[in-house]
Design a binder for this molecule. Structure first.
Ligand code: NAP
Length: 690
């Protein structure tokens, strides 16, 4: 019998003592054995800090992203993912359920790899926001930088999504440069273990960046006891366990950061105008049925409360009963099965007890299905269970989380009442709204936003493209206020920054340039004798600069530009109207004409390292340009981003168009792609013909 092991300090550890069986959710067969880890878990934290952290800090964001991408691809390879699917069936998950967990989890890695490449510099430090000028003479400024904390992240995960739950937390921590120690929930620990084994055996990750502790909760104290201000705990699970962690001295006395994702009684609301017969009514009933039955309702985002206008209650009950009646419950390995069992018999007992509690304020509408094909004594099967509230304001309905295929239907009389009922859940991860009357939808969305981390608005125009109520997506923050734990995970770069320390660094522009690796306004430049556009990416340095020659902007230029582009805005055409404007003192040049003349002044015309201009950032027309003004350009290499293996890098040029009085007319960053030196990192070799 396979005994679930821990992966600590680069080695697998088999628990020494007596084990207890973990049963297949459908058949009751023993799948694996669990036993106390019997390890000093402080060693995992020490290894993460001493080995994983330094190894990660050696790598830039882009290098970490490349590794993450390879791990994602590894998990999606046919043989690896099929191995995970075969184990996932044992947890009661159907193939479709497991897709969310396994391929969805690998997808989060790919998504983070992609975002990090596009949104972070190829560096170990990120700059957060613009430079703050702190003195009139420009000699004293500040920037906010983000650097990785020198601790570990301890994940304590729920049983329902053993792979996705782990990878969705691992990806942003890894990109940030923080090692992870994962404690999976016992009922599905063997699946998390299999995924970590695949990753560890691949050798793709720097040593110490991912460890696994399959331990009893009581053993975790040896790990939590050594956490402090550089460390974090990311918890997903019940509110009761969250409360115990919130009170732990690691959090209360030593300021380890705690992120909690806990119980959530998510709602779906049918808007008043979405009557039976509308597309939105059908979308509502289909989504409630789907959310009750995917993963047998064991999803933190599942719909637990379905709110409909009082006049639609009977029609909604009938449509939901009909939808649930078509759900085939059975062994997840059977292709005909739409909903598998719960993760285990204990979980079924817990959900049944919650249904009993809910019946204080609700009647059963649906609670049976055809279970003739399965062994109900051995497997944790349960029929989808729909209740109808007899008292929609009863707190039982809004506070009892039945973590299974259970939802309560309830009527509301007005939008204000719907908002009140949704808020009675005390804060949720997600709510979905169904309706095409945008006024009603806006009132509902703004009314409930304070109590939600995410709101999905469903109508027929986007239904086919929608990822649905239950899908947390890597670019969007996942988490919710109040009862849902008050935590936040993922959310693109927000999730990465949560693992980093934001530091306001104050000093001279030159000092700030040295710290950030980016040219900070006011810092020293190196004026080039030639033209910096003739330098390759490798030869170019941040601060390389050129001041161009000048040209005068004439009335004829403005008239010709208006003629050729068709932009005949009055301020460029009519002296008197322009003079009446509160903004201008008379006829002005088009801003785009100024940009075009600027390009004419700074562009080096011949074939050379600058391959393309792919955009402009932060453009501001700071002062109007009048006929007769003489403009020149100061162009400075502001930021370089290496792009591995493409033969070029990205260069942002701080660009200022300046008039004869020394005033800045326009300021912006020109974004270019600049070739590497010949033969370097994918660039073509130098041509032999010279
Ligand atoms: P749980 O009993 O709270 O367990 C969650 C994790 O905490 C497990 O790994 C568990 O280990 C561990 N744990 C238990 N007691 C602990 C303690 N005293 N100290 C430290 N760790 C401890 O929750 P669950 O039953 O696995 O999961 C179901 C719950 O999770 C539901 O309430 C659901 O709403 C919630 N959930 C929330 C989200 C979200 O994102 N908001 C996502 C999924 C699930 P063992 O398994 O070894 O006991």
């Amino acid at each position: 019998m396979h005994r679930v092991e821990s992966y600590v300090a680069g080695a697998w550890h088999r628990p020494p003592g007596d084990g207890r069986p973990v049963l297949d959710a459908a058949t009751g067969r023993t799948v694996a054995e669990l036993a106390p880890a019997g390890l000093d878990l402080a060693a995992a934290a020490e290894h993460g800090r001493a080995v994983g952290g330094p190894a990660l800090r050696e790598l830039t964001f882009h290098q970490r992203a490349a590794i993450l991408r390879n791990v994602g691809k590894l998990l999606l390879a046919d043989d690896t993912k099929e191995h995970l699917y075969s184990l996932s069936y044992c947890t009661g998950a159907t193939r479709a359920d497991s897709w969310i967990d396994i391929e969805g989890g690998a997808g989060v890695l790919l998504s983070y790899a992609d975002k990090a490449r596009r949104e972070l510099p190829n560096s170990t430090v990120a700059v957060d926001g613009a430079t703050e000028a702190l003195s009139r003479d420009g000699s004293f400024s500040a920037v906010h930088i983000l650097t990785q904390r020198k601790g570990v992240e301890v994940q304590i995960n729920a049983f329902n999504l053993p792979v996705w739950g782990m990878l969705a937390k691992f990806a942003p921590a890894f990109i940030a440069g923080v090692p992870s120690i994962v404690k999976p929930a016992s009922p599905a620990a063997y699946l998390a273990e299999a995924a970590v084994r695949i990753i560890a055996e691949s050798g793709l990750l720097p040593e110490g960046s991912l460890q696994l502790v399959c331990a009893e909760p009581a053993e975790l104290d040896s790990l939590l006891d050594c956490l402090g201000g550089q460390d974090s705990i990311a918890f997903t699970g019940s509110a009761a366990t969250a409360a115990a962690l919130r009170a732990h001295p690691a959090v209360t006395a030593r300021a380890a950061r705690l992120n909690v994702e806990a119980d959530s009684l998510n709602a779906a609301v049918l808007a008043p105008a979405a009557a039976p017969g509308t597309a939105e009514f059908d979308l509502f009933t289909a989504e409630v049925v789907k959310e009750m039955t995917v993963k047998a309702g064991q999803k933190c985002t599942a719909i637990r409360r379905a709110l409909v206008p009082a006049g639609c209650l009977d029609a909604a009950a009938e449509a939901l009963a009909s939808g649930l009646g078509g759900v085939a419950v059975g062994d997840p390995r059977d292709d005909a099965t739409a909903m598998g069992p719960l993760v285990g018999l204990a979980q079924r007992d817990e959900v049944s007890a919650s249904v009993l509690a809910l019946r204080e304020a609700a009647d059963l509408i649906v609670d049976s299905c055809d279970l003739s094909r399965v062994d109900v004594a051995a497997g944790a099967f349960m029929a989808p269970t729909l209740l109808r509230a007899t008292d929609p304001h009863s707190s039982v309905i809004h506070e009892t989380e039945a973590f299974g295929p259970v939802a309560t239907l309830m009527p509301y009389g007005s939008i204000a009442e719907a908002v009140e009922l949704v808020a009675a859940g005390g804060g949720s991860l997600v709510a979905s709204l169904y309706g095409a009357d945008q006024g009603e939808i806006a009132d509902l969305a703004l009314g409930i936003a304070s109590h939600h981390g995410r709101v999905l608005i469903m109508d027929s125009s986007m239904a086919a493209a929608s990822t649905g109520h239950g899908s947390p997506l890597p670019p969007l923050a996942h988490g919710g206020p109040g009862r849902a734990g008050g935590g936040e995970e993922m959310g693109g770069m927000r999730g990465v920054y949560a693992h980093m320390q934001r530091t306001a660094v104050q000093g001279s522009p030159d000092a700030l340039t040295a710290v950030t690796g980016e040219h900070i306004a006011g810092s020293s430049t190196r004026e080039h004798k030639g033209h910096p556009f003739k330098l390759t990416f490798d030869d170019l340095e941040v601060g390389d600069s050129i001041t161009t020659g000048s040209r005068t902007v004439t009335r004829a230029d403005i008239a010709a530009f208006a003629e050729s582009t068709g932009d005949r805005f009055y301020a460029h055409m009519d002296d008197e109207a322009a003079a009446r404007s509160p903004i201008f003192n008379g006829l002005v040049a088009h801003g785009y004409l100024v940009l075009s003349f600027a390009a004419g002044l700074f562009v080096w015309p011949d074939e050379g390292p600058v391959l393309a201009n792919y955009g402009i950032d932060r453009l501001r027309f700071a002062k109007p340009t009048y006929p007769g003004d003489e403009i020149h350009v100061v162009l400075t290499c502001k930021r370089k981003r290496k792009v591995d293996g493409r033969g070029y890098g990205e260069v942002a040029w701080d660009t200022k168009v300046v008039n004869q009085h020394g005033e800045v007319n326009a300021a912006y960053d020109v974004l270019t792609m600049v070739a590497n030196a010949p033969g370097v990192d994918g660039a073509p070799e130098a041509r032999s013909d010279g």
